[in-house]
Design a protein around this ligand. Structure first.
Ligand code: FAQ
Length: 310
């Protein structure tokens, strides 16, 4: 790598300038960004699946409408993110190929089943909350197209968060059975939620390089801690418990103490061994197969049909 160009690049980042697609960038910066934005895009598209299965079963017409809009937004986020990753030189076809062949990763949390309506509510409130903590930080990062996509995504996610919170409050103030349903959802989803922010800083492979170049604006442990700071009190206020006896705010450090998540389980899930990985990828493969004729038709010269004006 040319040391003068590298120094200029790092000085621009230090000044808080955005790096744009046509600008010079180190090969590793490009590679890391493609990896991260692509995984993020896949997470949005796969993330639509567990909640998507609840659209037809959401209680009441309004909830069905709202959930349908939310799921549609998540797929839209994937489109924005694939476009941002494409500016770095990897085509959408290559990214989709790597997703459906299991080469690329996507968020661990969407490899678990949403058994009940309360599971869907957990995702809409707390998984969205976790995603927002991460995305608000990274929207201030160094790569222009990714940051602009994140700004737009955060605006939409804030509606999702309100929707999810509303659904949870409804369960929390409902019958004992409804409260039990949400408690069971917390019990099922807590471990994947802790994993969601990524491995502990001391074992995270990419944090240092991504932080140096302001792609990641907070470490995994920092975002996990910020999420706990913002949401544990809210969960407790509603009278629910969290299945970790060690969870408490440490008044000396100002951070949360918790039982170290099971990182072996995390590795298994992100490498294809979770309860729903096969099902999630099978759905995407079917979608890819069914959409093939549309893509072929669009590429065909006969597709240049223009609607006559009169
Ligand atoms: N799941 O060195 P690190 C959403 C992998 S969007 C799966 O710490 P890094 C919206 C990592 O890729 C949710 N894999 O990695 C929604 C790496 O593997 P590799 C997604 C994970 O990049 C809500 C290895 O472990 N958000 O939820 C995970 O520095 C509701 C080593 O890890 C984003 O993607 C994980 N949780 O930090 C949709 C945000 N964590 O590539 C529907 C952008 C780590 O070496 C419903 N991404 N890995 O084989 C990021 O901020 C970062 O990539 C982290 C991971 C923080 C996720």
């Amino acid at each position: 790598e040319d040391p003068i160009k590298l120094a200029e690049f790092e000085a621009r980042i230090a000044r808080g300038e955005k790096i744009e697609p046509a600008d010079w960038m180190p090969a590793l910066y490009r590679k890391q960004l493609i990896r991260m934005i692509e995984q993020h895009a896949h997470s949005e598209i796969i993330g639509a699946l567990p909640e998507g299965t609840w659209i037809t079963r959401a209680p009441g017409f309004k909830r069905k409408l709202a959930l349908m809009a939310k799921v549609q937004d998540e797929v839209g986020h994937a489109q924005l993110l694939y476009s941002a990753a494409e500016t770095l030189g990897k085509t959408r076809e290559e990214m989709i190929h790597d997703l459906i062949t299991g080469k690329s990763k996507y968020s661990n949390i969407f490899n678990y089943p949403a058994f009940t309506w309360a599971d869907a509510c957990f995702i809409s409130w707390l998984v969205d909350a976790g995603a927002i903590v991460n995305q608000l930080a990274n929207a201030k990062g160094s790569y222009g197209p990714y940051c602009r996509a994140l700004d737009r995504i955060c605006a939409e996610e804030s509606f999702h968060l309100k929707y999810g919170h509303h659904c949870v409050i409804f369960l929390a103030t409902g019958t004992q059975k409804q409260r039990d349903m949400f408690q069971e959802a917390i019990n099922r989803w807590w471990a994947p939620m802790m994993h969601f922010f990524g491995p502990a800083d001391k074992i995270s492979a990419h944090t240092q390089v991504l932080m140096n170049w302001k792609v990641k604006m907070a470490t995994n442990d920092d975002t996990r801690n910020q999420f706990l700071d913002m949401y544990v009190p809210k969960i407790w206020e509603l009278g629910f418990t969290i299945p970790d006896p060690a969870l408490k705010k440490n008044t000396d450090t100002g951070r949360w103490d918790y039982t170290e998540p099971d990182w072996e389980e995390f590795k298994r899930v992100i490498n294809g061994g979770g309860p729903c990985n096969e099902e999630r990828l099978a759905v995407r493969r079917i979608a890819e197969e069914r959409g093939k004729w549309v893509r072929e038709a669009l590429r065909s010269p006969k597709a240049s049909y223009v609607m006559p004006l009169a």
